[in-house]
Design a protein around this ligand. Structure first.
Ligand code: ASP
Length: 346
């Protein structure tokens, strides 16, 4: 295969367990130098793919991930977009679904694969899941159809045999190799002996679309979860906070809340002040249907918006992204209920 036909992939190492090896002397886990990736993963030489790497300086534990770093990733992709066929982002698993969701909104009209992966065990560990995740993520990022267009032109998470739409994922297990789930959207591919792509679930490639990169965000948002016995004073203080612009409101079942006048009054007051409240179910799967029960309908009447079947990660990052644009409140409310990057089923 000529060099021109070989896919060209950029790996962006942000940090996390995957890029760690054990220091032979101290036994401590340290980030390895990705310039020497081929020394650590010689298997990559067998792929007919050209690979460049960039490392966050310093690499971070993904608990320290910040929206400004999402913007750095966006800038890297924006600036090198004509140079590469696809991207692999190596990321700690803890906040990977937040980053994948945020990137799906910040990279509007993306027509190339951006595959996030990581691992539960360091790449230098004997039983590591990191090599399989990394090698397959690279193959997916490089995969093209017969006409030369990318197979997966969207932001995805690949983890333990499963390719998932990034903004549909949640970290579901802190120990198992199967650390991510996509409860409300089917898989995009399964990697067994072959990689089976499920094309009907994958975003369609549209020729001629130009990438539009977005960098603005507003993170004056809170995630607020209901529980039996929740106290009036605490809720009222939270919802009346002056800087607060948006609330991801985690309700019961199909989007239900207790029938307490003080709660509805506090929610109504907040929405009247222009705060945007998104109803997301506490259930691991399924959708919000506020019209189904009186306990949901009262929220709709208080101005709460349905988050449909969105994950918390997708609703939160979408709201940050929209609030960053200084749009009128009504426009943010309207856009929250439209699918931007396949994050909700409407
Ligand atoms: N705490 C690590 C991180 O999220 C865990 C991991 O990499 O999986 O960066």
């Amino acid at each position: 295969m000529s060099r021109k036909e070989r896919a060209h992939i950029l790996i962006i190492y942000t940090g996390g367990t995957i890029g760690m090896i054990q220091n032979a002397e101290t036994g401590a886990l340290e980030s390895f130098n990705f310039d020497h990736l081929l020394n650590h993963v010689p298997e990559l030489k067998q792929l007919s793919i050209d690979i460049d790497t960039i490392t966050f300086d310093p690499p971070i534990d993904s608990s320290d991930m910040e929206p400004g770093m999402w913007s750095r990733i966006v800038t890297t992709i924006e600036k090198s977009y004509d140079q590469y066929d696809g991207y692999v982002i190596l990321h700690g698993t803890d906040t990977m679904s937040f980053t994948a969701s945020a990137l799906s909104f910040m990279l509007e009209d993306l027509m190339k694969p951006v595959i996030l992966t990581g691992s539960q065990l360091p790449i230098g560990a004997l039983r590591t899941d990191g090599k399989e995740n990394l090698i397959t993520a690279i193959e997916i990022a490089a995969a093209k159809k017969a006409d030369g267009t990318p197979v997966v032109p969207e932001v995805c998470v690949f983890f333990h045999e499963k390719l998932m739409r990034g903004n549909r994922t949640t970290k579901i297990n802190s120990e198992s190799f199967g650390a991510f789930g996509s409860n409300n959207y089917p898989l995009l591919a399964m990697a067994g002996t072959d990689i089976q792509f499920y094309n009907r679930n994958i975003k369609k490639y549209i020729p001629g679309l130009k990438l539009k990169a977005h960098h603005e965000y507003n993170s004056n948002i809170v995630i607020f979860s209901l529980f039996p016995g929740i106290q009036q004073e605490v809720v009222e203080k939270l919802l009346s906070a002056k800087e607060l612009k948006g609330i991801i409101f985690r309700t019961y079942g199909a989007g239900n809340a207790p029938q307490k006048k003080w709660l509805i009054d506090a929610l109504s007051k907040a929405t009247a002040e222009g705060k945007i409240i998104i109803n997301i179910t506490q259930c691991a799967g399924g959708s919000v249907h506020m019209e189904r029960y009186g306990t949901g309908l009262q929220l709709q009447e208080a101005g709460v918006i349905s988050g449909h079947d969105s994950t918390v990660e997708a609703a939160l990052t979408k709201l940050m992204y929209l609030l960053g644009k200084d749009l009128p409140v009504e426009e943010v409310r309207r856009r929250m209920e439209i699918s931007f990057a396949g994050e909700i089923s409407v």
